[in-house]
Design a protein around this ligand. Sequence first.
Ligand code: R5P
Length: 315
Amino acid sequence: MRIRIPPFSLFAGTANPDLAAAVSRALDHPISPCVVERFPDGEISVHLDEPVRGHPVFIVQPTSPPVTENLFQLLSLVDACRRAAAGRVTAVVPYFGYARADKRHARREPITASMVANLFQAVGLNHLVTLDLHAAQIEGFFHLPVDNLTAVPLLCDELKHRLPPGTVVVSPDEGRVKMASDFAQRLGTDVAVVHKQRKSGTETKIVKVVGDVRDRPCLIIDDMISTGGTIERAIAALLKSGARPEMRVAATHGVLLEGARSALSHPALGEIYVTDTVAPHHKDWQQLKVISVAPLLGAAIQRLAARESIEDLFQ
Ligand code: R5P
């Protein structure tokens, strides 16, 4: 049954135009025109080309690389909406950048996830919709409603008939154990964990594998793949622990920086499943399977615009 939705406006920044267009199609609702460009000195300039007075507004913009640029665009769009007397302003941020610093690892460091939450609140955001936050407790930095959706059901639907029997779900570090358990429960299998000791922000070191991986195919899961280093090291640790050289990867956010493709070119690794929260740049990468979150985001916007529950979207 199609929900009757009161009028609202849908805007998008420039971070992931294909995803924004797919959300618009899923909703059967146009993206309102706006101009996002740069002044000659590099400053970001935003202009909404349509009145929003009194309208609920949804803005689709992942804060993916270039993170600061895309974040500032989003903050500018929210500010423009609020100053133009919009109704509730909801940011739909499928990938939430600056999330990795959710606590201080050493003294004299910032907590950037908390800074970003403060910035959103300072410009008058009313509601945040995001997906597989790096750490669920980031929600606590906000004093506004946060709906942290998950792509795990979508990824499992894609994977459930494609995994060889006996596949074990592997968390590449302690931080992803809960996500791995969710995958395992949906796929009807068990979990192993790779203990990762981080040496610095960019360098990691594998310690050991906990769980039954001997002679078993593995599905390594993660919230994001950035340089590919975490997965590369997990593969090495799993093979050393006797896992079958038959691995797959599933992660919500395919940030996939330069070098990730080469880091993930291991002969034991088959398909890599990610979603389109971050605009995919590797069209010719056969191993990479991209699953769209547009229907999920469209369904969330539809329900929120109609002021209905989104609980079923987590199942
Ligand atoms: C770490 O805590 C995250 O969950 C990911 O494992 C990490 O960010 C992936 O980054 P990379 O691909 O650069 O190892």
